[in-house]
Design a protein around this ligand. Structure first.
Ligand SMILES: [Fe+2]
Ligand SMILES: [Fe+2]
Length: 164
């Protein structure tokens, strides 16, 4: 919930951050990144910067952080809709339409990244971001990506996994 509130205040990327994204992603993956809403671009760049601060030069993990939530853009849900979808997931109320699309963002994003030629770690993190660590990501890298993704975000998403 706090992350959702934080999203309201999300600042668009600065020119310097835009250049960082361009330096990390090829044209096709950058295209997917820029299709995201500003709050999701902000979440991605913040996560990537934390990864690079902890593991300088780890461009592969930074890409995984940048791109892990691209599946959210299909839901075209604003913050109130995201909060509502999350609360319904916590309450285990089945949802349809855009809310369902939002709650399925991990798998949707992973499929798109795969089709766009993203590396296996990027695809695996997108797909398993709210679940268990896949073999494709070593434990240290997994812990770092989860930390960069954010504790609050993880708590918010946990409900949908409990609910299946
Ligand atoms: Fe997510
Ligand atoms: Fe995330």
């Amino acid at each position: 919930m706090r992350r959702a509130v934080g999203s309201v205040r999300a600042q668009p990327l600065t020119p310097r951050e835009e250049a960082e994204v361009a330096g990390l992603l090829g044209e096709r993956l950058a295209g997917l990144f820029w299709q995201q809403e500003p709050m999701d671009q902000r979440h991605g760049i913040d996560a990537a910067r934390l990864v690079l601060a902890r593991r300088p030069g780890s461009h592969q993990l930074a890409r995984a952080a940048l791109l892990h939530d691209i599946g959210k853009r299909h839901a075209t849900l604003g913050v109130p809709g995201r909060i509502a979808a999350t609360l319904l997931a916590i309450a285990r109320v089945p949802v349809r339409g855009r809310m369902r699309v939002y709650l399925e963002h991990a798998e949707r994003g992973a499929r798109e990244l795969e089709a766009a030629g993203a590396d296996p770690i990027t695809v695996a993190y997108a797909r398993h971001q709210d679940g268990l660590r896949p073999d494709a990501i070593e434990p240290g890298a997994w812990a770092l990506l989860k930390q960069a993704d954010g504790e609050k975000h993880r708590v918010v998403h946990a409900a949908q996994y409990d609910g299946g």
